[in-house]
Design a binder for this molecule. Structure first.
Ligand code: NAD
Length: 351
């Protein structure tokens, strides 16, 4: 499967590396609007670089960076395009993909009605078969969908209520904020995240509230799910530990927040210290009657990356859900847990 990446920023560069790691996929090239450190790094990694904006193509030559062609050439050479342009630009690119009859995957910053179907590998893999335009839902919606899917299958869900404490910007987004404040954002309820989760689970009852805080590392979700049955805490824990892209943080690890989680990812040798899986604090899992509560941290820059890889196989019929997610996770190293789940290992207990 020949894949082109249009938009090589936070998401695009991670998706390119993840696709290159897959045994059944190849990166044809990446399109950028201007020469900068990311363009330079794409060249060093051996990706063919295409000019996203024809009138700015000369800038690459002036910076000494070779260009393989324009973005239309990239689309023509690709079996599938992953569009990782800034919010709104993906929808503007749809005509280009249609002109070349090239299926495309847009990102969560685009509206759901810009595509044929929205996608989460755990929750609705089969729903995008043969779709020409698919949207991998946002980082927050991906995190919530991975949690909702197993809970709904195992226990039934009456209602989800989630408060999303969102990072103000990514580490390189120096112009974003707040710098020293805590903002209800959006101040109206519910936030747009609930309706976005409903693009994956159309009949789910979910209300979400959003806040923005001066942080760049991860989002944190405070989640309350009213279930249709009453599992024990141990049963919920077992269920979530058995999932592919959820990491239930064992109590003894001492991961008290996003900083420590990112440090662990760095120590574990994860590329860019990425945390592809939902990080659920085991100690926070609480059941009161039919209400389940927990906290989870979501790494906004990377949780959608394996989802983009699976979306390619899902829409082209390259593999089943089980086969695709296994292949993606093995190729990325996501199948190696960040740390062992469960009880304190002997060595740590003796320290
Ligand atoms: P980004 O700004 O880091 O990267 C976008 C890249 O696209 C930049 O390199 C920019 O120069 C380039 N670009 C701009 N216009 C272009 C054009 N016309 N053609 C080709 N390239 C163009 O943005 P991002 O954070 O990677 O976000 C991309 C998409 O992913 C958005 O829809 C966003 O909502 C979504 N998303 C972002 C995050 C996140 O936390 N960063 C998480 C999940 C989903």
């Amino acid at each position: 499967m020949k894949v082109g990446i249009n938009g090589y920023g936070t998401i695009g560069k991670r998706v390119a590396d993840a696709i290159r790691a897959q045994p059944d996929m190849e990166v044809v090239g990446v399109a950028k609007t201007r020469p900068n450190f990311e363009a330079q790094s794409a060249v060093e990694k051996g990706y063919d670089l295409y000019a996203a904006v024809e009138e700015r193509r000369h800038l690459f030559g002036e910076a000494g960076i070779d260009i393989a062609g324009d973005v239309a050439d990239l689309v023509a050479a690709s079996d599938v395009v992953v569009d990782a342009c800034p919010s709104g630009v993906g929808a503007e690119n749809v005509d280009l993909y249609r002109e070349h009859d090239t299926p495309a995957i847009l990102q969560g910053g685009e509206d759901a009605d810009a595509v044929d179907a929205s996608f989460n590998a755990r929750a609705n893999f089969g729903a995008v078969a043969d779709a020409d335009l698919v949207r991998v839902v946002s980082c927050n919606t991906t995190g919530l969908s991975r949690l909702v899917a197993p809970l709904r299958e195992a226990y039934g869900i009456e209602k989800v209520r989630a408060t999303l404490v969102r990072r103000g910007g990514d580490p390189d987004q120096t112009g974003r904020g707040p710098i020293n404040d805590i903002l209800p954002d959006p101040v109206e309820l519910p936030s747009h995240h609930g309706p976005d989760v409903e693009t994956i689970f159309p009949d789910l009852a979910i209300d979400t509230l959003g806040l923005k805080v001066p942080a760049t590392l991860m989002h944190t979700h405070s989640v309350n799910v009213t279930l249709e049955s009453r599992p024990t805490v141990a049963e919920v824990r077992d269920l979530l530990e058995g999932e592919r892209r959820t990491f239930v943080i064992p109590d003894w690890l001492g991961l008290d927040g996003a900083g420590a989680i990112k440090e662990l990812a760095q120590d574990a040798g994860r590329p860019r210290a990425d945390v592809w899986e939902n990080c659920i604090w085991g100690e926070s899992i609480t059941v009161e009657g039919d209400d389940l509560y927990l906290f989870q941290a979501i790494h906004q820059e990377s949780d959608v990356v394996p989802e983009n890889v699976d979306a390619i196989r899902a829409m082209t019929g390259l593999a089943s859900q089980e086969e695709s997610t296994r292949r993606t996770d093995e190729a990325l190293g996501l199948d190696a847990p960040l740390a062992p789940s469960g009880a304190v290992p002997e060595a740590a207990a003796d320290d």
